[in-house]
Design a protein around this ligand. Sequence first.
Ligand SMILES: Cc1ncc(C[n+]2csc(CCOP(=O)(O)OP(=O)(O)O)c2C)c(N)n1
Length: 291
Amino acid sequence: MTQTVLDTEPDHSVEELEDLAYELRRLLLNLCGTYEGAVHIGGDLSVADILTALFHRGLRIDPNDIRNPARDRFVLSKGHAAVCMYIAMAMRGFFDYDDIVATYGQLDSAYGMHPCKVQLPGVEASTGSLGHGLPLAVGMALSARHRRETHRVVTLMGDGETGEGSVWEAAMAGRSQKLGNLVAFIDRNRQLMTSFAEERVMFEPYPDKWRAFGWNVVEVDGHDMRQLVDAIDALPDPTSDVPTVIICETVKGKGVDFMERNLAWHAGSLGAQDLERAMAALEASRNKEAH
Ligand SMILES: Cc1ncc(C[n+]2csc(CCOP(=O)(O)OP(=O)(O)O)c2C)c(N)n1
């Protein structure tokens, strides 16, 4: 099948991507400081680098041609991190950040707490009920195979989410169907909603579990842009036979010291004063990492 050429962005350098991830965190905090309800800020901050690497480099997408059949498909399986995806997509040219801030979470807004592909064209799947993104992605990747299309289907799951049985059924199906066009990122922040992961479920030896299901397993620091870019650049060709999982070691609340690894910040809101404190913490963390 002939596929339409996508007008994708030129590849950003690692340094440019780091700057974009910092900006994404700033915009997230700003929204969290202005929205009156709770934002899933902990799990948003833990995926900010991954989503930046994907939307500005890894995914072959074009905000001006959102139905191009050759585009890569992205499924945010941990749908509660929707606002981080909306802002990453706004920064890539899909949406307007001011619209997100003005309407986020309101009854008739397209920017809901969980993403809805019907209300928000450009979003590929409606998610929020955990454990469904990988099964959906398997179906989408299988469909691409049947149509002889060569794009990738990429999903992002939370580690707690992978306690759902549907994830492992899908993992088995993805390997059985030889879906080398399927890529799963896992946000391994080792926290769930109200507890630390290993207190509830024995995830370890986690990478070995994926290996046992026959997947190509890559382990990275999910806040190290160089490692994320290298893992993306080294992905096997979509026409190959083995799906890939990229296990990203992350920190929930990354970048804001009082939120990091803090169970109280799975979801919350920042008033004006806490917003100032959070922005200062983010800047301090960046300066620390620069030295
Ligand atoms: C099927 C289902 N059960 C429960 C929830 C409520 N819930 C929302 S976020 C969350 C924690 C999930 O943990 P993890 O996947 O590790 O996400 P993260 O810690 O990165 O936010 C839960 C239980 C849900 N959205 N879907």
